[in-house]
Write a protein of this length. Structure first.
Length: 185
């Protein structure tokens, strides 16, 4: 016997009138049955919104952490190179390298001399004293290229006179959070 849609709906409403999902069933919503798994669309939207908010909060924190690590590395590298320059100057002032080359004022002529080393004048074996293992990479530029100043250059100069290496600085144009350029560190 064929039944009409009205008869099916009437039987459904008579059986399920007291059911808590009666209105849901009439609207055509999918009703969860016992044992089914999954999330509704609203639950998915809420979960993605929460994840979006949390990730939006985490990105600035991660960026500031990376910047802080680069600043720390820059400070360490500058201190290491400046200490090597000072140690070279001390050795030269004490006469370990023999006669002073004109115009250098006992400072190294380049950073490479600190890596390759300088020969001790009084040692017959030709012993070499090294002051750096390698020229470190600038954490902001990613290159082992640094701004150099000689003792004859102005303190604010951005060009190297070439006589000697008195000081080093970063060649990045970035600025610290307090507004000072990293090149002035």
């Amino acid at each position: 016997m064929l039944t009409t849609e009205a008869q099916i709906a009437q039987r459904f409403t008579e059986k399920n009138r007291n059911s808590p999902c009666f209105l849901c069933a009439l609207r055509g919503s999918v009703v969860k049955r016992h044992g089914e798994r999954g999330l509704t669309l609203v639950e998915l939207i809420v979960a993605f919104t929460i994840m979006l908010i949390l990730s939006a909060l985490a990105v600035p924190l991660a960026r500031s952490r990376v910047r802080a690590e680069r600043e720390h590395e820059l400070t360490y590298d500058l201190r290491t190179m400046r200490n090597a320059i000072d140690k070279y100057k001390d050795y030269c002032d004490q006469g370990y390298f023999g006669p002073v080359k004109a115009g250098t004022d006992c400072y190294p002529e380049s950073l490479e001399i600190l890596v390759k080393g300088a020969k001790l004048a009084q040692n017959a074996d030709g012993k070499v004293v090294k002051f750096l293992r390698s020229v470190p990479k600038d954490p902001f530029t990613g290159k082992a290229e640094w701004g150099l100043l000689s003792d004859q250059d102005d303190a604010d100069s951005t060009s190297w006179g070439g006589q000697n290496v008195f000081n080093v600085y970063s060649q990045t144009t970035d600025k610290a959070p307090d507004g000072t350029p990293y090149s002035q560190w």
